[in-house]
Design a binder for this molecule. Structure first.
Ligand SMILES: Nc1ncnc2c1ncn2[C@@H]1O[C@H](COP(=O)(O)OP(=O)(O)OP(=O)(O)O)[C@@H](O)[C@H]1O
Length: 446
């Protein structure tokens, strides 16, 4: 059953799945190929310990006799291929064992992708480029994490392409990014994000500027392809692309665009036959479109829950995991020292556009923003774009296509003194002076 199952099953002594009281916590004995699912209430935290056997959380193996802590709102599945005993400490909102999981299908998918990587290696070709699609809350991000962790556990170096601008696993919301995966995601913290390639999108829904969304998808595809040309391991490892849950109209077209930009070989459709059939119809015949069931464990997340997760992600950017590892700086920035832009002018009827101009041009236009009080709490991306003048008073082309080197949050604006106070991960001065405004706000309550 593949690499994950090659180390023989370990007897737990207790074969039946069920809860019992362990040392200060609740003990669960899991049979092989079952999972313990639990959720953590807001304001609570829960610890997990593997007592015997082998188990993993979304593809990352657990170490024995180590307590893993999960914060409020966590929704976790502890899966075992061989059988294990685990203990939970603390108050869970819900905790139950399920025998009904699609993990075997996911593992088979991984095995098929690994075959493709082996073939790529043998024949000096490129490895599989995989796009994971489906409506919201079907476990897309989880399947990506699983496939990436399994691949990296076999020594591969796959790339995660994160196109979910609402819930990015790599950077702050409102961004599109790519990250070379070198080790399985940390059980508690997720991916170790060293040197990701991040682009500014600016809002949490692709629909706010679909032209920009598609353009940035193309940028990421181009950079990834360039990397594959010079890095054989990256090329063989291929990529796993996580997408947004918007699968109708322009959202659907964005998926088709992504498939073509990345020249994907495999599309994994989670839980929607309609989308599966549409993609089978619209993508070239050599693209393998596979329908996979969603896990019964995937939890639907409310709007509030999504907002909290987004806030947490921004907080994590500035303060580190569990707000403990980083110490951000606050300083003043003079308006005259920076140029702030918003990408995309408000759309106007075609009939009102100047002759020769299309809506595309307005959606991709850099609109200068005059700093005012309404800038307060907005997240700004610090663009890596070249900062020279282009002779007409504007910055050189390429701001849209340039990655970002970091983010700041405006915490106060003093229009009289013409300065704004910002929260920044690094001390002054700002490394660059072209700032791009996001629709997203962050109120720093620390
Ligand atoms: N088998 C499982 N058991 C328990 N919880 C799970 C399981 N699989 C996924 N989850 C949880 O369900 C939630 C939603 O999963 P995930 O983020 O993968 O869905 P998604 O389809 O990517 O969502 P989005 O709508 O944001 O694109 C996450 O909090 C995840 O931890």
């Amino acid at each position: 059953m593949y690499a994950m199952a090659t180390e023989g099953p370990e007897k737990t002594g207790e074969e039946s799945a069920g809860a019992g009281t362990g040392i200060g916590g609740t003990r669960y004995d899991l049979e092989k190929e079952t999972e313990l699912r639990f959720e953590v209430d807001s304001g609570e935290k829960v610890q997990l310990e593997l007592l015997t056997g082998l188990a993993e959380v979304f593809g990352s193996e657990l170490n024995r006799n180590k307590k893993y802590t999960f914060g409020p709102g966590s929704k976790i599945a502890v899966f075992t291929w061989q059988g294990c005993s685990v203990a939970l400490f603390g108050k869970t909102e819900v905790a139950y064992v399920s025998k009904d999981t699609p993990m075997l299908l996911y593992l088979n998918t991984h095995a098929a992708l690994e075959q493709m990587r082996r073939q790529a290696e043998r024949e000096n070709e490129r490895g599989p480029r995989v796009m994971v699609v489906g409506p919201t809350d079907v476990g897309k991000s989880t399947v990506c994490r699983l496939l990436l962790s399994y691949a990296v556990r076999l020594g591969r170096r796959p790339t995660l392409v994160e196109l979910d601008v609402g819930q990015s696993a790599v950077s702050v919301p409102g961004t599109m990014s790519a990250l070379c995966i070198e080790r399985p995601a940390d059980v508690e913290e997720g991916y170790s994000v060293q040197a990701p390639l991040v682009y500014h999108f600016g809002s949490t829904s692709p629909g706010t500027n679909i032209k920009l969304y598609n353009k940035l998808t193309s940028c990421l595809a181009e950079v990834f392809s360039q990397r594959c040309e010079v890095n054989r391991k990256a090329s063989v490892g291929g990529c796993i692309i996580n997408t947004c849950g918007w699968v109708k109209s322009s959202g659907y077209h964005a998926l088709v665009h992504c498939a073509s930009a990345f020249e994907v070989d495999v599309v994994l459709v989670l839980d929607q036959e309609r989308l599966y059939n549409e993609l089978k119809r619209d993508l070239p015949h050599f693209v393998r479109v596979v329908l996979l069931p969603k896990s019964g464990g995937v939890v639907e997340r409310s709007k509030d829950c999504r907002r909290e997760t987004r806030d947490e992600k921004i907080r994590e950017y500035f303060y580190g995991f569990r707000s403990t590892s980083f110490f951000p700086h606050a300083f003043d920035v003079r308006f005259s020292d920076v140029r702030i832009y918003k990408i995309g002018a408000p759309s106007i009827p075609d009939s009102c556009l100047p002759l020769g101009m299309s809506q595309d041009d307005t959606q991709l236009k850099l609109v200068p923003v005059t700093p005012g009080r309404d800038l307060t709490h907005h997240v700004l991306s610090v663009s890596c774009a070249d900062e020279g003048e282009d002779g007409t008073g504007g910055v050189r082309r390429g701001v849209l296509e340039s990655p970002v080197c970091g983010f700041i949050v405006v915490t106060n604006v003093d229009t009289q003194a013409q300065v704004m106070t910002v929260l920044s991960p690094a001390p002054r001065p700002l490394p660059r002076h072209t700032l791009l405004i996001m629709d997203i706000r962050f109120i720093d309550l620390k």
